[in-house]
Design a protein around this ligand. Sequence first.
Ligand code: ZN
Length: 66
Amino acid sequence: MNWLLRKCSKCGRYTLSRDRCPYCGGELIVPHPPRFSPIDKYVEYRLKEKLSKGIIKLDEKPPYKP
Ligand SMILES: [Zn+2]
């Protein structure tokens, strides 16, 4: 249920509040953003296409952190 958590950008506390930090009133951020942005919705397909054409290869480091 990590995506329900918000993190305060001011004091760094985690909260389930969706609005403002209950501790300091700071702005809340999502500590676990979605893996793909809506703009890059088709990045997976583009990646597969590039892979199939040999433009990029999978022997490089993965683009995400473990
Ligand atoms: Zn705070």
